[in-house]
Design a protein around this ligand. Structure first.
Ligand SMILES: Nc1ncnc2c1ncn2[C@@H]1O[C@H](COP(=O)(O)OP(=O)(O)OP(=O)(O)O)[C@@H](O)[C@H]1O
Length: 371
């Protein structure tokens, strides 16, 4: 996939800006706080319907403005999609080629983001790794996002009901209706995560081995709140979930919380058999993250026959020279890539013939060079 045009109106510090990215590598440079990350955020928002850093849509609307307009032209398998977003506080609307479309239907437009916060994927709380499972890994199966949303909805309603039962405003019988849905959607979420990880992790292992020139072996283990043997099918996970849930029922009512299920699961990442979270150096953790991100690109290509977009926000120059060039080798002429950096470190030389250099100053973008 590639993006051929982006227009921003009242997005963060951009009043009105339009640009036609290079189909290969786009380096976006400029001093601090000028709008480099904002530009990546706008591209990501167009394709995902959410920001990767703002909690609320309100934050992306330019100060003193009523609404943001984002218009992006994306090309996928010789088809052109014109995505038009109108974003107001508490209200947003998407038109795809002129027809109103729910944002959940954008999952086929692939985008992989690597930003400094991604390091928390390794060293942060289990919640960070679940975000990775839900937003990065899951969508590599077309059924995942819908199932996960259904599970999240049931979970919220069930937790409310647990509180009502504890406060004697509802009876335990009503819980059974929600339980059946919780186990069904929950088992599917776990099953799909395991299915995707089974394909993704071998690719990440190979990439990690190459990036570290054979020094490090990467392993990943899915840590479930349920006791799961390898190779279970969805129905078997359902049965295990149902049986385990019965046993913690009283405690769940006491705490008003659903204690078991995919919302409690985690992913353990190991380098040469040792936990990367606790023992990995900053550089090792960054390389693990890079291996995972690059494996997403490869698996997306395998599953859908096309590479997603790659957004690298302030991370390229945190990698050593060797990893920088291995990364660029992998994406050049295959993956449309957007790189933000306050200095370019001479990488124009490496990507000569396959990119453009853009300069951002106070929300204005100019093309400096095409090479
Ligand atoms: N809603 C908004 N309206 C107007 N300006 C905003 C809004 N949100 C953020 N900004 C401004 O955008 C600028 C930050 O932009 P951005 O994060 O893209 O910087 P950057 O160029 O990536 O900087 P760095 O190199 O430090 O990472 C800040 O000056 C901030 O005040």
């Amino acid at each position: 996939m590639r993006v051929s045009s982006v227009t921003l109106r009242n997005f963060r510090n951009y009043k009105e800006e339009s640009f036609q990215p290079h189909p290969a590598v786009n380096i976006i440079t400029g001093p601090n706080a000028q709008g480099k990350t904002n530009l990546l955020e706008a591209i990501f928002y167009s394709l995902r319907g959410r920001s990767f850093r703002a909690e609320r849509d309100k934050d992306i609307i330019r100060w003193q403005s009523e609404q943001t307009i984002l218009q992006t032209e994306a090309e996928l398998n010789s088809r052109t999609f014109l995505l038009h977003w109108k974003i107001q506080e508490g209200n947003k609307k998407l038109l795809v080629n002129g027809a109103e479309t729910p944002r959940s239907e954008l999952d086929y437009l692939g985008v992989v983001l690597f930003c400094p916060e991604d390091l928390y994927l390794i060293k942060g709380s289990p919640q960070e790794r679940r975000r990775f499972l839900d937003y990065d890994v899951g969508p590599l199966n077309p059924a995942y996002s819908r199932t996960w949303r259904q599970y999240a909805r049931v979970l919220t309603q069930r937790n409310t009901l647990l509180k009502e039962i504890r406060d004697r405003r509802a009876t335990r019988e009503i819980l059974e209706i929600w339980d059946e849905q919780l186990y069904r959607h929950g088992a599917k979420v776990i099953f799909l995560r395991l299915q995707v990880l089974k394909k993704l992790i071998p690719i990440a292992r190979r990439i990690h081995y190459e990036l570290t020139r054979g020094d490090e072996e990467l392993q990943a283990k899915y840590l479930s709140s349920l006791v799961l043997e390898p190779g279970l099918n969805e129905e078997q996970i359902y049965q295990i979930f149902a049986a385990a849930s019965q046993k913690v029922r009283n405690m769940e009512i006491q705490r008003c919380q659903t204690l078991l299920g995919p919302h409690r699961d985690d992913l353990s990442l190991l380098i040469n058999g040792i936990e990367a979270k606790t023992f990995g150096s900053q550089g090792q953790q960054r390389t693990v993250t890079l291996s995972l991100k690059l494996s997403q690109l490869e698996l997306w290509f395998k599953e859908y026959g096309d590479y997603p977009l790659l957004l690298l926000d302030d991370v390229l120059f945190e990698l050593d020279r060797n990893r920088q060039s291995m990364l660029l080798d992998r994406v050049l002429n295959r993956v449309q890539t957007f790189i933000t950096a306050s200095f370019t470190g001479g990488i124009e030389e490496t990507i000569r013939g396959a990119g453009a250099l853009w300069q951002v100053n106070a929300g204005c973008l100019t093309k400096k060079e095409e090479f």
